[in-house]
Design a protein around this ligand. Sequence first.
Ligand code: 5HY
Length: 242
Amino acid sequence: MRLHVINPNTTASMTRKIGAAARAVARPGTEIVAVNPEFGPASIEGYFDEAFSLPGLLDEIAKAQQADAFVIACFDDTGLEAARCATSAPVIGIGEAAFHMAGLIAEKFSVVTTLSRSIVPIERNLMKYGLIARCARVRAAEVPVLALEEEGSDARRRIEAEIALALEQDGAEAIVLGCAGMADLARALAKTFGVPVLDGVACAVALAESAVQLGLRTSKRNTYAAPRAKTYAGAFARFAPR
Ligand code: 5HY
């Protein structure tokens, strides 16, 4: 099978990191194609960037209609519902995947994301997915997303400090890493803290493979139905459903 893993920001080094994390857990017969748009924000930090990443995300999906499934590799699950309208293949968000997987192995989990501006969007996703009661707390390490790409940054130290607080104060039994850019840290952090630490990229790849194996496709009845034919004016004409 072929999984199309889309990093909705335009930072190629993060796309390579995401691709490596996906290939590390993919089954032998699974081809991972990791891509990012050529246009849009270099990182997605809150609602403004999410909005500006959507055209590029949807364009990547339109270009890859042969994929067996898609993973949206942004922890805010940016554009997840719109993406499900754009294809009949399964579309798995790394946030939603990590939340569900954490709920299978722990009663309560905390999320450690990058900046405080991402806390409410993640909390709202948890409510949307019906999992807010299983999340002890969504925390921010106060690390800009691109600091995770910088050699020698103090990002890892700040993430570790926030995980320690989550274990001390939240009653967290597992930790969900709240950024695709943290994908390479999960195994080491699990060893450091002795608790499950989940990376959404790995969780989403596993769930996407399962959906394909089960022969499941996105339902096109009502909510995720293909967009009705209409004019998409101006520069957005290229995004009209193909
Ligand atoms: C992500 N931003 O996974 C999110 C995480 C965040 O560019 N990739 C991004 O901080 O919201």
